[in-house]
Design a protein around this ligand. Structure first.
Ligand code: DC
Length: 228
């Protein structure tokens, strides 16, 4: 079975996908991490977004792999490997955050990563989340979900996360960044975020993560998935 999830930043796509992967035995693919890997490799190799020939060569010589892992408290997370190197932490640093959104607009990068994403799903039960999974990568997925929440609630969640990490910022700044990202995600020429035909919309604004998990689990079971 393929479970495809899209939605704007801060709706809990990654968190709920990990829960489903762990508890219902799906393989989780975080496509945002893939755009982050390519961005990191371009930064390291000083490749500008206009250098299309170099970007194509870089894409042809890049591998991205995921590995299941558990932290000290026993929580499941995913390690991300770029050409065999563990880049799990580095792809979440400010230098990558700042550039990943414009880099993910480039059609050459998008079409290459979409091809890789389709290949991951050839022989497993997959849960894949991103911005164009229900529309471009798997428009025929058995389960298509659009996760949503108000920008204010998403900014609130993100702000709390940043404060917990010791990052100095304000709620207003965080909300502005969320609005900017939403705008870019929704207006990119290829792979823009939109609600797919046949997708179930789940509004997470007032839900806890366990409640989001339960509503998605119900949808997946209704589509005939048998839990292990
Ligand atoms: O979900 P995330 O924040 O890790 O995603 C990183 C960036 O990649 C974000 O700017 C949106 C973009 N992205 C995309 O364009 N298409 C996807 N399928 C996944 C992410």
């Amino acid at each position: 079975m393929i479970v495809a999830i899209d939605g704007p930043a801060g709706t809990g796509k990654g968190t709920v996908s990990k829960l489903i992967a762990q508890r219902m035995n799906f393989t989780y693919i975080d496509t945002g991490a893939m755009y982050r890997c390519i961005t990191l490799k371009m930064i390291r190799n000083n490749i500008e977004i206009t250098e299309l020939g170099k970007i194509q060569e870089l894409l042809n010589n890049t591998s991205i792999d995921f590995e299941n892992a558990f932290d000290d408290e026993g929580n499941y997370f995913q390690k991300v490997f770029l050409d065999g190197e563990d880049v799990t932490e580095e792809i979440r640093t400010p230098k990558v955050n700042e550039r990943v959104s414009p880099y993910s607009n480039e059609p050459i990068i998008r079409s290459h990563l979409v091809k890789m994403q389709k290949e991951y799903a050839s022989s497993k039960d997959i849960i894949m989340e991103g911005r164009d999974i229900t529309t471009v990568v798997f428009p025929d997925a058995e389960v298509k979900i659009y996760l949503d929440a108000t920008p204010e609630e998403r900014a609130n969640r993100r702000y709390k996360e940043l404060v917990a990490k010791g990052v100095e910022t304000t709620y207003e700044e965080t909300l502005e960044a969320i609005n900017k990202r939403d705008y870019n995600d929704r207006t990119k020429p290829v792979g823009a975020l939109k609600i797919a035909e046949g997708a179930t919309i789940v509004d997470t604004t007032t839900l806890t993560i366990e409640e989001v998990y339960e509503s998605l689990r119900k949808i997946i079971l209704e589509h005939g998935y048998i839990e292990p």
